[in-house]
Design a protein around this ligand. Structure first.
Ligand code: GDP
Length: 364
């Protein structure tokens, strides 16, 4: 599943945010989540389509359970200025951050004299650059080692190694200018096993004080300008408020949000932005048994999507019955949807769309 790593300087609100995430987990304990690592928290992806469908498939007092999809957040501790020098970034840190699909970079945008700032003052752009420099240096160190190995192999007339060595050199040139690897364009895709951090998309999380959610302070503006230059997205949250929200039942939380003058919790926004950043979409399986959301990459075809449900469904895929979720709501169930001719039969080349309901026909 999709995982987003939380990084940032000390004292910016990472733990506060992560605690909100794990608290939200505990509240949503009716979902069948397996035990996970202590530094991993799961946030369900808010999706109103699921409750509409659950109503459609309600028979008498049998309401089909809703199983939403989720995003994992990994608390990646241990990043401080100078971390990539001296001792180097800890192995645990590198292992954790290399595994995630995207990075949520928490930046302090709240003023509070009681909370010490590591650099002595609140300056989010300076903070961002400090962290980004560490990540760039970590990538440089890793890639230079890799390059030495590749060059050795290339000397032995290994053509693939020669191509990879050339790619590594191109990336090293970008990193050497103080830019993240994602800023460059290369003549081949960057292989996953380069283990680079700065190829991953970044979402800046501007952590503001609880009375600043509706207005835009100068720090948030500075982060937005910085992110725009990078083509990155910004989510403004108050980590402290997220903690309070996560502990509340849903209707109370909604009321609290209205009082604050915002539509959506910061976590919900973060999940959605994460989804968009990674080019993900949702398809749905739906019936009287359950209504369930599944995450796939935009552009995936029906058999791959079926494979999310079960590998057998991908292997034995014959065809799929597909209908848009709102058509299903309008029709009020599979039988009527079919009678109206709204259920299409799609084959192996069908590219899934967000909000598709799919029923896989298979021979396994
Ligand atoms: P971390 O080191 O990045 O994990 O930061 P923490 O989550 O431990 O937060 C550091 C301190 O800042 C704690 O005392 C938090 O209570 C406080 N803090 C976090 N977010 C906010 C905020 O939005 N406003 C204020 N005033 N304090 C905050």
């Amino acid at each position: 599943n999709l995982a987003i790593g939380i990084v940032g300087l000390p004292n910016v609100g990472k733990s506060t945010l992560f605690n909100a995430i794990t608290r939200a987990n505990a509240v949503a304990a009716n979902f069948p989540f397996a035990t996970i690592e202590p530094n991993v928290g799961r946030v369900t992806v808010p999706d109103e389509r699921l409750s509409a469908l659950s109503q459609v498939f309600t028979k008498g007092d049998r309401v089909p359970p809703i199983i939403p999809t989720y995003v994992e957040f990994v608390d990646i501790a241990g990043l401080v200025k100078g971390a990539s020098k001296g001792e180097g970034l800890g192995n645990q840190f590198l292992a954790n951050i290399r595994e995630v699909d995207a990075i949520a970079h928490v930046v302090r945008c709240f003023e509070d004299d009681n909370v010490i700032h590591v650099a002595g003052r609140v300056d989010p752009v300076d903070d961002i650059e400090t962290i980004n420099t560490e990540l760039i240096l970590a990538d440089l160190a890793g890639l230079e080692k890799r390059l030495t190995n590749l060059q050795k192999k290339a000397k032995g007339n290994d053509k693939e190694a020669a191509a990879l060595a050339s790619l590594a050199e191109q990336i090293i040139a970008v990193l050497g200018e103080g830019k993240p690897a994602r800023a460059g364009s290369y003549d081949m895709p960057v292989p996953k096993d380069f283990g680079l951090i700065t190829t991953k998309p970044v979402i800046y999380v501007a952590n503001v004080g609880e009375d600043e959610l509706t207005e835009e302070n100068e720090h948030v503006q500075a982060v937005r300008e910085y992110a725009e230059r990078e083509g990155a997205l910004v989510v403004k949250i108050s980590a402290q408020i997220e903690g309070e929200l996560a502990a509340m039942p849903e209707d109370e939380a909604r009321e609290f949000l209205t009082e604050l003058g915002v539509q959506e919790s910061g976590l919900d926004q973060l999940v959605k932005v994460g989804y968009d950043t990674l080019g993900l979409i949702t398809f749905i399986t739906s019936g009287e048994k359950e209504v369930r959301a599944w995450t796939i990459r935009n552009g995936e075809k029906a058999p791959e999507a079926a494979g999310e449900i079960h590998t057998d469904l991908e292997k034995g895929f014959i065809r799929a019955e597909v209908i848009e979720w709102d058509k299903m709501v309008e029709a009020g169930g599979w039988a009527n949807a079919k009678a109206k001719g709204w259920v299409r039969t799609e084959g192996k080349e069908y590219v899934m769309k967000d909000g598709d309901i799919m029923n896989v026909l298979h021979n396994s």
